[in-house]
Design a protein around this ligand. Structure first.
Ligand SMILES: Nc1ncnc2c1ncn2[C@@H]1O[C@H](COP(=O)(O)OP(=O)(O)OP(=O)(O)O)[C@@H](O)[C@H]1O
Ligand SMILES: [Mg+2]
Length: 276
């Protein structure tokens, strides 16, 4: 591949210049209207995430993980406290690329067409989009599939398209809400490996929600365990495992990995019983 094309692909994967993906939450809480009174779903909690961190959120069902992600994405405003992304109030679609449990692609568009639309919204000129699109698809293991229809590809491949689309937004933040929960074990492992590498290589700040202690340890540079609803921080654990130049199977088989997984698994069980 020519160095010119390499450079264009690197540009397509990079975040837009002048943005950095820090998150700052101070006293953030969120409540929803209930039948009689408001239901406190989250917090209050304080959380600072530095650019380039890979934060994994774990906690019992209903503790407010998706709520926190929606607040960071700017889909909703917190009912308490202040939350900023890169120093500003988050705006939907502007600061973060989001991947959900279901891929939520446009079924009437091709694989390439789905990525293309995100590039268009990110302000990439039409003439530059084909190279950028191919570079993104290649990066998620889908090189040469741009013309395929969404229904012709597997669930795992669809989730890869959703990740390419989130990267195409060129935002410094990647938010992933149980993106691999519906996939088989092998596909899930492959996608974990790709997300781990691509987020690191492209300098994204990532927030990833999962129920799996194993997934948390493999992906996270930091793991936050939340208490039962309303979710508050029960454990904030830095993960010192190497991010590059390591064989994924070796990493998964290492004693440090096993120890962290046991620690997180234990904290999740304990915290599920804590009502803050
Ligand atoms: N739109 C809403 N209106 C009212 N209550 C809501 C709404 N969304 C979430 N909740 C409530 O807020 C709490 C937290 O929900 P949230 O979806 O954030 O949890 P979660 O940790 O993502 O759970 P899960 O692991 O099951 O996905 C739950 O009790 C839920 O019922
Ligand atoms: Mg959820």
């Amino acid at each position: 591949m020519s160095s010119r094309a390499d450079q264009e692909i690197a540009e397509a994967l990079a975040v837009a210049p002048g943005t950095e993906g820090s998150i700052a939450a101070a006293g953030v809480g969120h409540s929803y209207p209930g039948r009689k009174e408001r239901v406190q779903a989250l917090g209050p909690l304080d959380l600072e995430v530095a650019p380039g961190e890979f934060l994994v959120l774990v906690g019992a069902s209903g503790c407010g993980k998706s709520t926190l992600l929606r607040l960071i994405a700017g889909f909703e405003r917190p009912t308490d406290g202040t939350l900023t992304v890169s120093g500003r109030e988050p705006e939907p679609g502007k600061g973060a690329g989001v991947v959900f449990q279901q891929p939520r692609l446009f079924p009437w568009r091709s694989v390439g067409g789905n990525v293309d639309l995100a590039l268009k919204y990110a302000g990439v000129e039409k003439a530059d989009r084909a190279v950028a699109r191919e570079g993104l698809l290649e990066r998620v293991g889908l090189g040469g599939t741009a013309d395929r229809k969404i229904w012709e590809i597997s669930g795992g491949q669809q989730q890869r398209v959703a990740i390419a689309r989130a990267l195409a937004a060129r935002t410094p933040l990647l938010l992933l809400d149980e993106p691999f929960a519906a996939l088989d074990a092998l596909t899930r492992e492959r996608l974990q490996e790709d997300v781990r590498t691509v987020s690191h290589e492209t300098g994204r700040t990532s927030v990833f929600v999962t129920h799996s202690a194993d997934e948390a340890v493999f992906l996270g540079s930091r793991i936050v365990v939340l208490t039962a609803r309303p979710g508050r921080i029960a454990l904030d654990l830095p993960v010192g495992l190497p991010r590059t130049g390591v064989d994924p199977d070796e990493l998964r088989g290492s004693p440090e990995y096993a120890e962290l997984r046991a620690q997180v698994g234990h904290a999740v069980k304990e915290s599920a019983a804590i009502r803050a």
